[in-house]
Every structure is written in structure tokens, then in C-alpha cells.
Design a protein around this ligand. Structure first.
Ligand code: TXA
Ligand code: MG
Length: 320
């Protein structure tokens, strides 16, 4: 089992030696390694069972530390950083050669982010290298929002988990990409509302390309998935469709349904608060997954604000 604690100096020492450390962020816990150390980065892929075509986000605490491996920083990217960093936004920018190919899976852009968690910022401030960190879950499974989630699934494979409490946002960062023609595209809806980004960038089109050779795992059709089969959409319709075998669980937005046993249902936010719903999402999916259900019917949220990120994750959880 991994040691769990708040000792950032110990975490820094392990990372400097090429070890992996799980770190808290405001979105989900990450599985971190020195981004400049290809052997350490290789261990991330092995530990998660993640295919190596799937590139990693590089985290640091200042622009100054990110600059050396960025080939170009358009003024708009600086502006995004000023407004949304530290925070749940990841920016795809042209990269140069010092960042290992393994980190970007050979892409000519690198994903960068300054996360908002105080403990992780304290850790990053002690490092003279950035951290490559995907979510700290086995590939394809639900992302971890507590240290216990990480311990459960990866605890026997890593030495240390930095304890940062439950994630404040609860869904992964929004990913936005700077394109060769100077335009911006949305790659993954997440913790920063797309509407807020559009306030800065203008109308944003979504990068469409869920294929089997994705440039972003956010692009993988089936992802963030519990082991139990999930169907996603309007609750009433899906429950009436005869999609109710013996043991159906419900993940509801605001209220439970009368026609399903109450203990097989989880409400994301009784008051209809999308922020609360996002914070509860991945824990709720894990809980439902542990109930031995035949099916989880997940309700679609209104397609706005954080609802877009939540719907995106549920849609992928439901994909075959
Ligand atoms: O909130 C988050 O973003 C969390 C925390 C730990 O920061 N991290 C996270 O990492 O969600 P991961 O690896 O689970 O998802 C990152 C996404 C992946 O879909 C990956 O393919 C995409 O970012 N990505 C990373 N580098 C990329 C690149 N150079 N080009 C395109 N997509 C990239
Ligand atoms: Mg992930």
C-alpha cells in the first residue's frame, strides 16, 4: 500500500528520484512523474495500463517554468492563463524538443496546466522540473477524486499519495487547443465552463474525432467507465424502454424515482447545483459500481455550464 500524507518535501524527493507520486488537484487526483525523465514517464503508462499513443498533461506552478518547452505562446494563451490559472484549464500549445516524445505521444503540441490545489502548488514550487500527470486511475476507469480512490486501485504500485482531501471541482480540466491556423478548439469540456472560455475566445467549435487513434483520451468514445453497464439520457424514457432488468441503479440529477428502490439510487444535487453535481459525480459512479447492479441508468443534465462536462463523462461511461 502507498503511504498517504501531506509531506511535500518527501513527495519532491521521490519525484526527483524518478518515482511516481499521486497528487491532489482541484479536478481529480493525478499520477505524477518528472516530465523530463522518460523512464519515470514510462512507468506512468505501465502503472495505469495506458496505451502510449495517449499523451499526458504537463503541470507546473508558473508560466516561467512552462516557457522553456513551448515553441510559441500566443498572446491569447497568456490571457487564458491570467484568467483561468491556477485552475481547471489545460492548453494545447506548440512544443519544442526538450519535452520527451513520450509525453506528447509524438504530437507537435504539448498540453500544459497550472492546477489550483494549494498542496500541489507547494510541491511544484519545490521542483525544478514539471510534472507529467494523467488522472490516477487504471486506463478507462472512473477518475479518482479522493486519496482513498487512488489507494484502492493503484496503492500497491506507487510509494506515496499526497493527501489533499476531496477534489473541489470533481471533473477533469477543460482542454482547449491552439490550432495551426491560429484558431482555438475545444477538446474536452471540463471544470472551466465553455461559456467562460467563449467569453475570451469567441464561439468555440468542438474538436470532433473520437476514433481509435485519438490525440486525446478525452476523445476516446468509451472512457471514465464503471464495470457495470451504463445507459445515459433522459431517465424516464430509458427506464420505460424496458431497460430495467432485475437490479437497476439510478444516477439522478435532482431527485430519486419512485419506481426504483431508494438505496439503488444516488442524487447528484438535490438543489440542482451543477458544481455540487460535478463534485459528487465520480464518487457516485464508484458507489453504484460497487452495488452489484445489472445496469446503471444515468440522467442527462441540462447541456450548459458544468452540465456539459458531466454529460460528456456519462456519455463516455455509457459507450460500448
Ligand atoms: O484535470 C485534469 O486534466 C487531470 C489532472 C490530473 O490534471 N488530468 C487528466 O489527465 O485528466 P488525463 O491524461 O486523464 O487526460 C488528459 C487528456 C487526455 O485525453 C490526453 O489525450 C490529452 O489530455 N492530451 C494530453 N496531451 C495532449 C496533446 N499533446 N495533444 C492532444 N491531447 C492531449
Ligand atoms: Mg484520465
Amino acid at each position: 500500500m502507498a503511504k498517504i500524507g501531506t509531506d511535500t518535501a518527501a513527495a519532491a524527493m521521490l519525484l526527483a528520484k524518478g518515482e511516481l507520486v499521486a497528487i491532489p488537484t482541484e479536478t481529480v487526483y493525478g499520477l505524477a512523474a518528472n516530465a523530463f525523465d522518460p523512464e519515470a514517464v514510462t512507468r506512468i503508462f505501465q502503472t495505469k495500463n495506458r496505451p502510449s499513443f495517449n499523451p499526458l498533461i504537463v503541470h507546473s506552478d508558473t508560466w516561467e517554468k512552462l516557457e522553456p518547452f513551448l515553441r510559441e505562446i500566443p498572446p491569447t494563451a497568456r490571457k487564458l492563463g491570467e484568467i483561468f490559472w491556477p485552475g481547471p484549464l489545460t492548453i494545447l500549445l506548440p512544443r519544442n524538443e526538450i519535452i520527451p516524445d513520450l509525453v506528447t505521444a509524438g504530437n507537435d503540441r504539448v498540453a500544459v496546466r497550472i492546477p489550483r490545489h494549494p498542496l500541489t502548488l507547494e510541491l511544484l514550487a519545490q521542483l525544478d522540473f514539471p510534472l507529467a500527470a494523467p488522472s490516477a486511475n487504471p486506463f478507462g476507469y472512473i477518475s479518482p477524486t479522493t486519496s482513498a480512490h487512488v489507494q484502492e486501485q493503484l496503492g500497491d504500485k506507487i510509494p506515496y499519495i499526497l493527501e489533499g482531501g476531496a477534489a473541489a471541482v470533481g471533473v477533469e480540466s477543460t482542454i482547449v487547443g491552439y490550432e495551426a491556423d491560429g484558431s482555438w478548439k475545444l477538446y474536452r469540456p471540463g471544470g472551466v465552463e465553455a461559456e467562460a472560455l467563449e467569453g475570451v475566445l469567441g464561439p468555440l467549435s468542438r474538436f470532433e474525432g473520437h476514433t481509435n487513434a485519438p490525440t486525446a483520451s478525452g476523445q476516446l468514445k468509451s472512457h471514465y467507465a464503471p464495470r457495470t453497464k451504463v445507459v445515459f439520457g433522459p431517465l424516464k424514457v430509458n427506464l420505460q424502454k424496458g431497460l430495467s432488468p432485475k437490479k437497476t441503479g439510478v444516477l439522478a440529477f435532482r431527485q430519486k424515482r419512485a419506481d426504483i428502490p431508494a438505496h439503488q439510487q444516488i442524487v447528484l444535487s438535490a438543489s440542482g447545483d451543477m458544481g455540487e453535481a460535478a463534485r459528487n459525480l465520480f464518487s457516485a459512479l464508484r458507489q453504484l459500481d460497487a452495488m452489484g447492479l445489472d445496469l446503471i441508468v444515468a440522467e442527462a443534465l441540462p447541456e450548459k455550464g458544468l452540465g456539459r462536462a458531466i454529460n460528456d463523462r456519462l456519455e463516455r461511461a455509457a459507450a460500448e
